[in-house]
Ligand binder design. Structure first.
Ligand code: DGL
Length: 287
């Protein structure tokens, strides 16, 4: 069995492109339709009701385009609404929390994992539960970092502004270090984590800045690769892989925001050959 229809990929903005990139790498013959709800991003500082309503409207738009499966490439939507979203459609819906949680639980040698994410994701404790399901012995330190999504959406991926925002965001989790790189006592709660899970699909775009600040001993894990592998498995198990010899994959990019701005940002993030972006109207007022 095979299925040539595209895979829908959804995020509140450009962050889900980090997942799309891994999906295209892992399953190059699959076509995709990406939808970023940039007009209403960021989701992570909104109420659960808003996140669920906006996510449902966005997934409706993808389902209307006859996708064969949907990847919710947004931790906030996954954390708040994956159950409700799965009940809404007769389609396989894959989230990003379980794949990321599993990767982090396996990466940690000292069984101490720090999670940074949006306030809505942290409030849900979805990562805490998912990591504990993988390995109950892992200590999980969750910390909301609301400054980082606006930073990425504004295109600050390196340089002094990004460095200052990342340092300030991580300090409550990691603490400050002295000149020798040792933590200044008393240690903050997550000071001896050996694994930092980037629990927001925007954060891998700041990976270099984050890596420079946490130091070499820290494993940095995100959901993108693990989600792409889970998708490949899902397609295989459900007989949904695109047929061999079915022609080249096509990739359509949609945004509820300004198509030119999305394209400019995506090209800076992913290279000048980033395909054209179409603006879509979900038929609802931007909140
Ligand atoms: N990229 C999304 C996430 O993974 C949401 C960011 C936002 O809109 O706040 O949580």
């Amino acid at each position: 069995m095979s299925d040539q229809r595209p895979i829908g990929v959804f995020d509140s903005g450009v962050g889900g492109l980090t997942v799309l990139r891994e999906i295209v790498r892992r399953t190059p013959s699959e076509s995709t339709i990406y939808l970023g709800d940039n007009a209403r991003a960021p989701y992570g500082v909104r109420s659960d009701e808003e996140v669920l309503a906006f996510s449902s409207q966005s997934l409706d738009a993808l389902a209307d385009r006859d996708v064969k499966a949907i990847v919710v490439a947004c931790n906030t939507s996954t954390a708040v609404g994956i159950g409700a979203l799965r009940r809404r459609y007769d389609l396989p819906i894959l989230g990003v929390i379980r794949p990321g949680a599993s990767a982090a639980a396996l990466a940690s040698r000292n069984r101490r994992v720090g999670v940074i994410a949006t306030p809505a994701t942290i409030r849900s404790h979805a990562y805490f539960s998912a990591i504990k399901d993988e390995n109950p012995a892992v200590e999980v330190y969750e910390h909301a970092t609301p400054a980082l999504v606006p930073l990425v959406e504004a295109g600050h991926l390196a340089g002094p502004i990004a460095e200052a925002a990342v340092a300030e965001s991580l300090a409550p989790l990691l603490g400050e270090r002295d000149a020798e790189g040792e933590f200044i006592f008393p240690k903050p709660p997550g000071a001896s984590i050996d694994t930092l899970l980037l629990g927001c699909t925007h954060y891998p775009l700041l990976r270099a800045v984050i890596a420079a600040q946490v130091g070499e001993g820290m494993a940095i894990v995100d959901s993108a690769t693990a989600t792409a592998s889970a998708l490949a498995e899902l397609l295989n198990v459900n007989g949904l892989e695109s047929p061999a010899g079915g022609g080249p994959a096509a990739h359509l990019q949609l945004t509820t925001g300004d198509a030119g701005r999305f394209h400019e940002l995506a090209s800076r993030l992913f290279g000048a050959d980033f395909p054209e972006v179409e603006a879509v109207d979900l038929g609802v007022a931007a909140g």
